[in-house]
Design a protein around this ligand. Structure first.
Ligand SMILES: Cc1ncc(COP(=O)(O)O)c(C=O)c1O
Length: 392
């Protein structure tokens, strides 16, 4: 059995200690969550067979479990959320001219290195939602190209991200868009990297949401805390094709049981056993996110987006606090912060007694210093912006 010495682990960075490890005070992203002792135990007991030959039972079991959880016929383990999205889109698109419609803030357009254009040749129509939170059917209708006029690039896929920046796209709206898409022969892909969070919030089950889509990506290595991996689910036919494409880009894996075993523990223990995250750990982070957001607004702070799940976007411009100063204030009290986004995860929740007072200290310092600087707000310009671009 696994026995772990905490100080060894912290000094050597082989931290299979979950919430006591490196992510305990890291609010930069839920991708920072680190694996647990029960994941290590599962890795020690996994199958070590070839998955290109589809013989690795730990991997096959994970794929079929995720297919069942989402009500789909089949699943395909992939190395990352990006790989899942790109394989999903590549599978649903057949040949140009073809277009993908999505929210202008989508990960597939902003943070996947332009993969959609070079892997599919699709024209991306990135739409600004009228309500500022999520795309509605009306946004979709006024931006989709449905005709076969020779000048048009027809919309063949609608790709929806849920959550997007931590915000939930309600089930009813997803259903309306999906019905419209089906009526017009348009395929639906979901970047559900954090669909687990949507479901755990009570907004609808994984099955309810997945039923609206042809393919869905879900990530194990964000809030669920697995070290590596995501899954693409869909019909048997779609997944068979995606497996083929995965092979073509070098994603066929030999003995992936060592990573899929940890992913299965992440699903069972962090998300929970049922399709609504029953018995899981995600819901608590949503409540904590509300409390942290309130701490900020009680001091007079503004939020950039509503807080629906585990992310809080604070308005640092309004607080006259450059992101670099915010990060520095965090560093001074032992918190890792990144830009104006605070991401909570279950390893933060489990360290809340230490993290929340430190955050309160940072927030107080921001507002005590407000108006004391030279008033310089970092240059932003009118472009889309990227959370990874330097905001010093
Ligand atoms: C919404 C969303 N989709 C997809 C991804 C891509 O996941 P990965 O980093 O595993 O490629 C991310 C990564 O943070 C994400 O936030």
């Amino acid at each position: 059995m696994v026995s772990v010495n905490r100080s060894d682990v912290l000094h050597n960075n082989h931290a299979w200690i979950g919430s006591a490890g490196a992510a305990s005070h890291d609010l930069r992203s839920d991708t920072m969550t680190t694996p647990t002792a029960s994941m290590l135990a599962a890795v020690q007991n996994c199958s070590l067979l070839d998955d290109v030959w589809m013989e690795d039972t730990t991997t096959v079991d994970l794929e079929s479990h995720c297919a069942t959880l989402t009500g789909k016929e089949a699943g395909l383990f992939v190395l990352s959320g990006t790989m899942g999205n790109q394989l999903g889109l590549r599978t649903l698109l057949t040949q140009p001219p073809h277009g993908v419609l999505c929210d202008h803030r989508s990960h597939i357009v902003k943070y996947e290195a332009g993969g959609v254009s070079f892997l599919t040749g699709a024209l991306v129509k990135a739409v600004v939602p009228k309500n500022g939170v999520y795309l509605t059917l009306e946004d979709v209708k006024s931006n989709a190209y449905l005709d076969d006029d020779v000048h048009t690039c027809p919309t063949r896929v609608i790709s929806l991200e849920n959550t997007l920046n931590g915000m939930i796209m309600p089930l009813e709206e997803v259903r309306r868009i999906s019905a419209f898409a089906r009526e017009h022969g348009i395929k639906m892909h979901c970047d559900g990297a954090r669909l687990w969070e949507v479901s755990a919030s009570g907004a609808g089950s994984l099955v309810d949401f997945a039923a609206c889509f042809d393919t869905v990506t879900l990530c194990f290595s964000k809030g669920l805390g697995a070290p590596i991996g995501s899954i693409l689910v869909g019909s048997k036919e779609a997944i068979k094709h995606a497996r083929w494409v995965r092979k073509s880009i070098g994603g066929g894996l030999r003995q992936p049981g060592v990573i899929t075993a940890a992913a299965r523990v992440a699903v069972d223990e962090t998300f929970g056993k049922g399709p609504n995250g029953e018995g899981g750990l995600l819901r608590n982070t949503h409540t904590l996110a509300q409390e942290v957001a309130k701490m900020w607004t009680d001091l007079g702070g503004k939020l950039i987006c509503p807080v629906h799940t585990n992310m809080i976007w604070v308005d640092l411009d309004d607080a006259q606090c450059p992101p670099a100063i915010f990060e520095e204030l965090g560093k001074n009290v032992g918190l890792k912060l990144f830009g104006n986004r605070l991401v909570l995860h279950y390893q933060i929740y489990e360290n809340r007694d230490s993290v929340v007072p430190k955050l309160a200290e940072v927030f107080r310092a921001v507002f005590e210093n407000k108006g004391r600087g030279d008033g310089t707000v970092p240059e932003k310009g009118d472009g889309e912006g990227s959370m990874y671009r330097s905001q010093k």
